[in-house]
Design a protein around this ligand. Structure first.
Ligand code: SF4
Length: 236
């Protein structure tokens, strides 16, 4: 493993780490320490599968309906797929996500003997990522969320907001995909700050750095932002 894996040389990586640290500090000053609800690993995995390609509100509604209809994850795994699909409809793509959730639950049961993935706490990030992404329908973002928010592993989930902001800020290159950005952001993130940095970037993406019309005039990251520095020529 070396820093050329992401196409970044060591000096550039060090420079980008300093920049990431400054961005983190400013966002922390703006938004403070975020709070989140910690779920067990299996619940987080299901919730994150539900969140794929939809917003938090639809995910939460689908998750609540699923928990209300089935008393246990074993029941979700063993019930007719149509009943799971019906419960999670608010999340969208229910015909994909229903079978996907059941396949994941069956895989966990087959490998671990029960619906519990706390063994991930004892694995390295790379080993945990490899195991989780070997489950059909679980990509780097879903795996990173489970490892970071359930097991305090230094993973860095990259959703649409994180991808957009890290691109605009110049932490990742313009051709880097969201899936590729996970590994890069793991390297650039200040130590022990993965959850805080991740959540505050998302909040900044929702509140200031919108997809269509970023509110640069009230953004404290202007002097660190590649997109802003190019604005006069790009947006003229
Ligand atoms: S300066 Fe503008 S483009 Fe850059 S991070 Fe802030 S809001 Fe986004």
């Amino acid at each position: 493993m070396n820093s050329h894996d992401s196409g970044i040389d060591p000096e550039a990586t060090a420079s980008l780490r300093r920049k990431a640290s400054m961005i983190h500090n400013r966002l922390f000053k703006l938004y403070g320490e975020p709070h989140w609800t910690r779920l067990d690993g299996v619940s987080e995995l299901v919730s994150t599968i539900l969140s794929q390609n939809t917003n938090d509100g639809n995910r939460d509604l689908a998750y609540t309906r699923l928990r209300a209809r089935f008393a246990t994850w074993d029941q979700v795994r063993d019930s007719p797929t149509d009943s799971v699909i019906d419960a999670i409809r608010p999340a969208g793509l229910a015909n994909q996500k229903g079978p996907r959730i059941q396949v994941a639950l069956k895989r966990i049961t087959t490998e671990r003997g029960r619906l519990n993935i706390d063994f991930l706490a004892d694995l390295s990030v790379d080993a945990g990522m490899a195991w989780l992404t070997s489950i059909n329908g679980v990509g780097p973002k879903t795996a990173s969320i489970v490892l970071l928010f359930c097991y305090d592993k230094p993973a860095f989930p990259v959703d649409t907001h994180v991808h957009r902001l890290t691109g605009r800020l110049g932490l990742i290159g313009p051709t880097i995909t969201a899936d590729q950005a996970h590994d890069i952001m793991v390297k650039l993130c200040p130590d022990q700050q993965h959850a805080t940095f991740h959540i505050n970037i998302i909040r900044h993406g929702r509140e200031v750095c919108h997809a269509r019309s970023p509110e640069c005039d009230r953004c404290p990251l202007q002097d660190l932002c590649a997109h802003f520095s190019q604005k006069p020529t790009v947006d003229a």
